[in-house]
Design a binder for this molecule. Structure first.
Ligand code: NA7
Length: 856
């Protein structure tokens, strides 16, 4: 006999409870299977002393029912585990959910039956369950990680796992206690165990960053906002990156003085919130340099607090940027090491050799203890989904095999090959990087809406396609590039588990963006899903929901909101004024050694230039750079952030030279100015502080056209030696029929209409096949080596690729960088489009290599 339901749910924590409520409201039959003997999930199991959430409970709370919010008031800023558990019990009772939960029940097998179009579940308690839909609401941090320490079973005294703490509590009075592990659980428990135990030895493998929680009443500012308009506050939270409305700074670390940074740091430190420091400045957790300043200030706090310098130093994290590993919130953690009954053992200096009958032996000493606490963490994100039971999808495929190289999901919610399976807060969703309560409500709403939508449309199966899933994996990885998570060995990446596949598992693109994407999938006709009915008919709108880089996508969305006029409708002067204004709103580039402005003689009069000199001792190799702007817009200083970036990364002197603009000066003014400028710089390299000898010529967009043309003119006319050319999204031809012109005609900043306008202002049709306008049509042999950079969503993409291929065919040494998911302007938007960093680094390496090869 089976228990037949529409939906079976694993877990009765935040996710399982809300799921049951929503499913029941939708008229679906449901059961939750829960290993514990009560509701609560994480908050049922993690009962160690000091266990609290690290998100303020004003935010870490259900928001689906205003009446529930009226009925419950949290007693302090960070609620304790008992209070959160009491809340979840209250929720279960209020909505009469317990009757749909089978407690003390673990799912032992789960298999998709393709004929019945149902999941068949075996359990260790009660009848098997047959369900149309199977939802894993089993949490991200539910499967404890084995201690992985030799001799753990030999210890004669009691051992405790923080995540399986005895319900009756533990009395350590008069005992010598060891705690192994200094993640959030260890850091929360250590101060309290130290107060009770006779002696505490903390075994630390990796020091973590921890911030004082400054617990107390709920933050007055948040309470005021909630009281003013709770619905608006909750709605705002849903669209923020972390599920909490918080101010995000505009200023970058290098735009602030040391005193200003100190002031912001102190404010963040005293905020008592994890976000307080990560928002100290705009690059605090996205850039290694911006982060290093912050990390060092935190280490300063540790050194100020801990009196023994050796202990303080051992507590200072040095191996990962702040925020790349989950930082902790503590109450008196660092102070605890000033107590006479507490000792820190640094396992990096003396690794644990074995656990013995009487304690812990390290490479240097024996530590006899009466009890051991393992605060050693979890098999995170995938552990509960994989370890709870073997799960087989279509054709008997095991989920463990499908995920052997790391978890693969579509939206973190579904898995190709596993029809009608949903994950709540699965790998590939924001989950642990957001306020879980808000993330969970979004997941549950999306899942239940899909199930009811399918019921109404007569669909019985839903399954992600391989294309959609592969696209999502790429997008998740692209998002990771925006953060520093890849630089730390953490449970986010699977690095805390022996043998586990590595890769950042949570979605780092932000909860608000994620929510928008999930909605978009539905709006675009269930993009990336195959839907089937009871007769076996299927429909599928296959595709990838996000192909743009995540920051490019956000930028375009922001720009779309501004409803800007089409550039070509403005006229040249107004368009120039407009671009100057737009540039002013972007972050100024980072400091270089020196910036000087000057003029040099062009083909038709003086040309302005701006010279960027590295901070290192010269003389430096020289790059002549030509700016973007369709031969109409821009100037010697208009690509300032990019020039600074090239200068800093390549350690070369970059001289950005203007050229005459159309329509005042039409073809071939720009080309002839380019040639004149390069000749002048070649002759005056030493005078401007550069290294005499071959130059590198670089240009972007129309400037890329000027650069390419200049290289051809120098080859033909002489006057300079060129070591290499960097062509970034160059205009190389006047042909508008290549596919990239139709595929990317509009919507990606540079439009086809703009390019028509630029060409019309610059060059009459009769002249356009002249190689000085369309270098692709020129003789290409004998040109300097080139790096040609193109962007996927750029009308100019295909003519850039055509130029690179034509150069190669002509025997020129050429390499290509095809920037996936980028638009025409992406790579020049330094500190805005962070995902462009790898490409900018590659460009800098290339120009440096060009220059160095010619010296040897
Ligand atoms: P964490 O953050 O994974 O911390 C586990 C800690 O245990 C961490 O310091 C580990 O050091 C340490 N550990 C694990 N195995 C060993 C062995 N074999 N020997 C010595 N030390 C070991 O888990 P938590 O439970 O504290 O926190 C999990 C999340 O819950 C937290 O991030 C919050 O989001 C809430 P390592 O760093 O691996 O060197």
């Amino acid at each position: 006999m089976n228990q037949d339901v529409d939906v079976a749910v694993v877990g009765a924590g935040f996710s399982g409870l809300y799921l049951l409520h929503r499913l029941r409201q939708a008229g679906l039959s449901a059961i939750a299977l829960e290993t514990g003997d009560d509701v609560g999930g994480t908050w049922y199991w993690n009962r160690y002393p000091g266990a609290r959430c690290d998100v303020p409970t004003t935010d870490y709370t259900f928001s689906f029912d205003p009446a529930l919010e009226d009925a419950w008031t949290w007693s302090e800023k960070y609620a304790t585990q008992p209070e959160i558990l009491a809340y979840l019990r209250f929720v279960a009772d209020r909505y009469d959910l317990r009757r749909s939960i089978r407690f003390a029940t673990t799912v032992t097998t789960a298999a998709w039956d393709d004929t019945a179009q149902r999941w068949q579940l075996g359990t260790n308690n009660g009848t098997p369950v047959s369900c149309r839909f199977y939802v894993m609401a089993s949490g991200c941090l539910s499967a404890p990680k084995p201690p992985e320490i030799e001799g753990a079973k030999d210890f004669a005294g009691p051992t405790y796992l923080t995540s399986r703490w005895p319900h009756e509590g533990v009395d350590f009075t008069g005992k010598r206690v060891a705690v192994i592990g200094t993640g959030s659980s260890g850091i929360q428990a250590i101060p309290l165990i130290a107060q009770q135990a006779a002696h505490l030895t903390v075994f630390q493998r990796t020091p973590n960053f921890s911030i004082p929680a400054l617990n107390g009443p709920a933050p007055a500012a948040t309470v005021a906002l909630l009281e003013r308009d709770r619905a608006a506050y909750r709605e705002k939270a849903r669209w923020t990156p972390v599920g909490m409305p918080r101010q995000r700074p505009a200023e970058y670390s290098w735009q602030l003085s040391e005193a200003e940074r100190r002031e912001r740091f102190e404010r963040g430190w005293m905020s008592g919130e994890l976000g307080g420091l990560s928002t100290a400045w705009a690059d605090a957790v996205s850039d290694v340099d911006g982060n290093a300043l912050l990390s060092e200030m935190i280490r300063g706090k540790i050194r100020d607090t801990v009196t023994d310098p050796a202990t303080a130093e051992a507590l200072c994290p040095q191996d990962h940027p702040f925020g790349s590993k989950r930082p902790c919130l503590d109450t008196g953690y660092y102070d605890t090491y000033n107590r006479p009954n507490v000792k820190l053992v640094d396992l990096r200096r003396e690794p644990i050799a074995t656990i013995t009958k009487s304690g812990i032996r390290t490479a240097k000493a024996n530590y006899d203890v009466d009890a051991i606490v393992f605060a050693t963490g979890f098999d995170a994100m995938t552990g509960a989904v994989l370890a709870v039971h073997p799960m087989t999808g279509r054709g008997g495929m095991k989920l463990a095999d499908a995920w052997a190289d790391g978890p693969k999901t579509y939206l973190g919610l579904t898995v190709a090959g596993f029809p009608n399976l949903f994950l709540v807060t699965g790998p590939g969703s924001p989950s642990v990087l957001a306020n879980m309560a808000v993330a969970i409500e979004q997941h549950v709403d999306w899942i239940v809406d899909r199930i009811t939508g399918m019921r109404d449309a007569g669909h019985t199966t839903i399954e992600a396609t391989e294309t959609a899933q592969a696209g999502w994996s790429r997008h998740v990885a692209d998002c990771t590039g925006l953060t520093l998570h890849r630089l730390a060995n953490t449970w986010y990446t699977g690095a805390n588990m022996r043998g586990k596949a590595r890769g950042v598992m949570p979605y780092t693109g932000g909860l608000g963006a994620y929510r928008g994407i999930c909605d978009e999938v539905v709006r675009r006709d269930m993009l990336g899903f195959r839907l089937g009915d009871a007769s076996g008919n299927t429909t599928c709108n296959d595709g990838e929901v996000v192909r743009l880089q995540p920051d490019v996508r956000l930028l375009l969305a922001e720009m779309a909101k501004l409803n800007l006029p089409a550039m070509e409708s403005l006229g040249a002067d107004a368009a120039r004024a407009f671009t100057i204004q737009a540039r002013a709103s972007r972050p100024a580039g980072r400091p270089v050694g020196e910036i000087t402005d000057g003029t040099l003689p062009g083909a038709g009069g003086p040309l302005r230039y701006r010279l960027y000199r590295p901070a290192t001792p010269g003389p430096h190799g020289v790059v002549v750079y030509f700016h973007a702007g369709g031969w109409v817009l821009g100037s010697h200083d208009s690509d300032d952030p990019l020039c600074r970036d090239l200068c800093r990364r390549s350690d070369m002197l970059v001289i950005s030279v203007d050229y005459r603009h159309a329509p005042e000066h039409r073809f071939p003014a720009a080309a002839e100015d380019g040639y004149a400028a390069v000749r002048w710089v070649a002759q005056h390299a030493a005078q401007i502080g550069g290294r005499p000898g071959p130059l590198v010529v670089a240009g972007y967009s129309a400037g890329g056209n000027v650069a390419a043309v200049t290289c051809q003119l120098v080859r033909d006319r002489g006057g300079a030696e060129i070591a290499g050319q960097l062509l970034l999204c160059p205009v190389t031809d006047h042909d508008f029929t290549r596919p990239s012109y139709s595929e990317n005609a509009q919507g990606y900043h540079l439009t086809k209409a703009m390019m028509h306008w630029f060409w019309d202002l610059y060059c009459s049709p009769a002249d356009r096949s002249d190689p000085r306008a369309s270098p692709l049509r020129g003789e290409l042999t004998g040109l300097p080596p080139a790096l040609v950079v193109t962007c996927e969503f750029d009308p100019l993409r295909d003519e850039g690729i055509a130029y690179a291929e034509a150069l190669a065919a002509a025997g020129v040494e050429v390499s290509q960088l095809r920037a996936r998911g980028h638009i025409h302007t992406s790579l020049a938007m330094v500190d805005v489009i962070i995902t462009g960093v790898a490409a900018r680094e590659q460009m800098a390496r290339a120009i440096r290599r060009f220059a160095e090869r010619r010296i040897r």
